[in-house]
Design a protein around this ligand. Sequence first.
Ligand code: ZN
Length: 343
Amino acid sequence: MFPTSIAGSLPKPGWLAETHKLWPQWRAEGDALREAKADATLLWIKAQEDAGLDIVTDGEQSRQHFVHGFLEQVDGIDFQHKVEMGIRNDRYKAMVPQVVAPLKLKGRVHAFEARLARAHTTRKLKFTLPGPMTIVDTVADRHYGDRQQLAFAFAELLNQEALALQADGVDIIQFDEPAFNVYMKDAADWGVRALESAARGLACTTAVHICYGYGIKANNDWKEKLGEEWRQYEQVFPALAKSSIDRVSLECYHSLVPPDLMALLEGKDVMVGVIDVASDVIETPEQVADTIGHALQFVPRDRLFPCSNCGLAPMDREVARRKLEALAQGAELARRRFAAAHA
Ligand code: ZN
């Protein structure tokens, strides 16, 4: 009951990359960088296991950014001439690479860290990839001229890598689609279909993570403007409930998402965000168990997977480590608290 995991990313140690940044510069290059990425991956697998998490990730230690890490292995993208672009409907500016020719994978994208992680844990292993719609929103298109067409082109490449990750022994493949919370109509119209296309043919568990973003200032300012209730999920969940995706990761604790929207995901596993990534305050096990209790009103207990609201990448390393412990301890408390009540 209540298997725990984080959304995906964890802070990079200071010897691997700049800290507290979403697009950090690496501290090394070549073989030394590869070795440092491997060390950081193993360190975080151990930390997740020690904290007591049931499902572990590579902590995204081998990619600079959750979208651009994938794009670096794609032909047809010009990384030499980045341009400034407003992303997530102009919520913030970023320097992004440009699509300049038909897209094709250069080869495997994440084989190194996925195999490394698989070789060093016996727990369930989750691996994250950016979703097609979110990639389209994080790159400048100079070739396709149509967001939907571009999204399906990326979905093909994601599908190739996802099938290969499954062959590497990954148990859960999760696509990150924060853009679903920004372009809700497009998400329902074609974003979910593009996502299904990326997950086509997978026999492992498939998941999608939809959040209100990392705990950075631009996102926190945006959330201030969303009003008393955040109802973005209401437009996207019905399409997801009908989709082939198995599991949905959503934001809950310290958010203004009405919890009853979780009921729209009937038939799906729900990864409920019980850890706030926009605050350095460590949740108590009681707070985590309380959030699980609220979610149990709308999600059957065998479908409830406690999770973090989003990735922990920009956080302080020690804060992140303690939040992992809070997540595991809170889920354990919830198992004791709700086992009898629902038996
Ligand atoms: Zn997120």
